[in-house]
Design a protein around this ligand. Structure first.
Ligand code: AMP
Length: 508
């Protein structure tokens, strides 16, 4: 089963439905979208790209992205999405590792690849090379593929080391999309998916359920994340769904509070990909209403480990609403989730251990990396590397990645708990807590803090706030004020960089 058949099917009966938009302007209806993708498929086949071969996409978020991605799938080939913010050399490494014969690139990005000495053929989507596509006849139907065949080769962002290629099959994508309807949200053809997060990541496969239902796909002309543009497009199109990293949600709330924006037209914001602090989601729900759903996933099980429903994100009547809101919800329908000890044995409710996942949305392994696969897939279970607990009702709460956990005087301290507490202080805008090597305690707790505009750091006040909210031994021993936190392209805080800063301070 080729995931592109959903585009074929919707175009057969609802070809006239609006499909692709650049801002407010329609670029193609479903017939046009399918037709363009099918021409790309013919063109690729004519260039000798056969089923199973890899074709990379190094493009910014524009409608061409989806046309190219579906064209690759229709040809039976494998799409290799590369974040457009990566350096040319980093992209070149991925293209080489994937063994991609070709790479579609946006203008500007194609030069970066050429400079990095990429051997694969580079196709500037606006250039001469690609002009012949329009003359190709569209292929009649998406190429035959088995559900277990590779569809998307996704390189994990990783905050350290070389990225690994996660093999994502057509089955995984289909199951992820079907779970969305059960566990996350309903979609109707009157809805619009707005792409403000990079399509090279989760947002790039979150189009599938919108294609299945014949909804609109809206690309902000800025090609990125701009709060005012999102509010404007949401108001214009209405019934907008979007995926947003927690930092984007926070920025949207702050911008809306300043401008008086109500978020009209925003129907659903699915957030995930990093920790959402309770104080931030409470503020977001207070401002925008019941529009938020949380998902927890990772490249190895994209968007599909657990979900916290719209009602649960908003419900404050339940006696344990705070704990639930701090959780990532319950297992999605395609998977089983359990918490394991160091040997992978199941732990009891409430005990902390590694989160393990098994099911149809879990990867079959890493691309050409048997060693890493064997470490990550154990007896059919995905070892997520995330530490967490599950309560008696099945709600999973993530602590921190094992390497981020602080061990001070033999006691485990989860930075997230300390961060949650500090974020409830009105002067704190953003915070990240890390461990600093300590001769006596092993590690002690240190906080990097971004203060709200116009206030300066008062360590005494923050310490008093911690004393009111968390155990004494978890309090940071030092606070450092920073203008902002180092984050990767997906908004995840780079704790390794903060730990390096501490080492440098030590050496000074
Ligand atoms: P990536 O593979 O780059 O998508 O990163 C996946 C990692 O992001 C997971 O293993 C978690 O550590 C983190 N993550 C994803 N979703 C959430 C969430 N809803 N809450 C907290 N952390 C999350």
């Amino acid at each position: 089963m080729n995931i592109a058949i959903y585009l074929d099917r919707i175009a057969q009966v609802h070809g006239e439905r609006p499909a692709l938009f650049l801002g407010r302007e329609m670029v193609a209806d479903y017939r046009g979208f399918r037709d363009l993708a099918a021409r790309v498929a013919t063109w690729l086949s004519a260039q000798g790209v056969g089923p199973g071969e890899r074709v990379a996409i190094f493009m910014s978020n524009l409608p061409d992205y989806l046309i190219v991605q579906y064209g690759i799938w229709m040809a039976g080939a494998v799409a290799v999405p590369i974040n457009a913010k990566l350096h040319g050399r980093e992209a070149a490494w991925i293209i080489d590792n994937a063994g991609a014969a070709m790479v579609f690139a946006s203008p500007g990005l194609s030069e970066a690849l050429a400079e990095a000495g990429v051997v694969a053929r580079i196709l500037d989507v606006t250039g001469q090379d690609f002009a012949g596509v329009a003359d190709c006849a569209p292929i009649a139907a998406a190429a035959e593929r088995r559900a277990g065949d590779l569809a998307w080769l996704f390189y994990t962002s990783g905050t350290t080391g070389r990225p690994k290629g996660v093999m994502i099959t057509h089955r995984m994508l289909r199951e992820m999309a079907l779970c969305y309807f059960v566990d996350v949200d309903q979609v109707s053809h009157a809805d619009s998916a707005l792409y403000a997060a990079p399509l090279s990541h989760g947002a790039g496969i979150y189009n599938i359920m919108h294609v299945m239902m014949g909804a609109r796909h809206v690309f902000p002309p800025s090609g990125g994340f701009d709060e005012a543009e999102i509010f404007d497009l949401a108001r214009h199109h209405g019934r907008v769904h979007m995926f947003a990293a927690p930092t984007m949600v926070k920025r949207m709330t702050q911008a809306a509070k300043v401008s008086g924006e109500t978020g009209e037209g925003l129907r659903t914001i699915v957030y995930g990909g990093g920790p959402m602090y309770v104080a931030d989601i409470v503020e977001a729900v207070d401002h925008f209403g019941e529009i938020f759903v949380q998902i927890y996933g990772q490249g190895e099980c994209p968007m599909a480990i657990s979900a916290l429903s719209r009602a649960e994100v908003s419900d404050r009547a339940h006696p344990r609403w705070r704990a639930r809101m701090a959780s990532v919800g319950r297992a999605q329908s395609a998977v089983e989730v359990r918490i394991g000890d160091a040997e992978g044995r199941s732990l009891q409710a409430g005990e902390a251990g590694e989160i393990m996942v098994r099911g149809d949305t879990v990867m079959p392994g890493y691309w050409r990396n048997a060693q890493a696969t064997a470490k990550t897939l154990v007896d059919g279970w995905l070892m997520t590397g995330d530490v967490g607990v599950m309560d008696a009702d099945g709600y999973v709460t993530l602590h921190d990645r094992s390497k981020d956990m602080i061990i001070s005087g033999g006691t485990n301290i989860y930075p997230r708990e300390v961060e949650e507490a500090l974020l409830t202080h009105p002067d704190v805008q953003d915070v990240s807590v890390v461990g600093r090597p300590h001769p006596e305690w092993g590690e002690d707790v240190v906080a990097f803090v971004v203060m709200r505009d116009g206030v300066t750091l008062d360590p005494g006040a923050l310490d008093a706030h911690c004393l009111d909210n968390i155990a004494r031994f978890k309090r940071p021993k030092d606070y450092f004020e920073v203008p902002d936190l180092p984050k990767n392209n997906y908004g995840k805080v780079l704790k390794t960089e903060l730990r390096d800063r501490l080492k440098e301070m030590e050496n000074d």
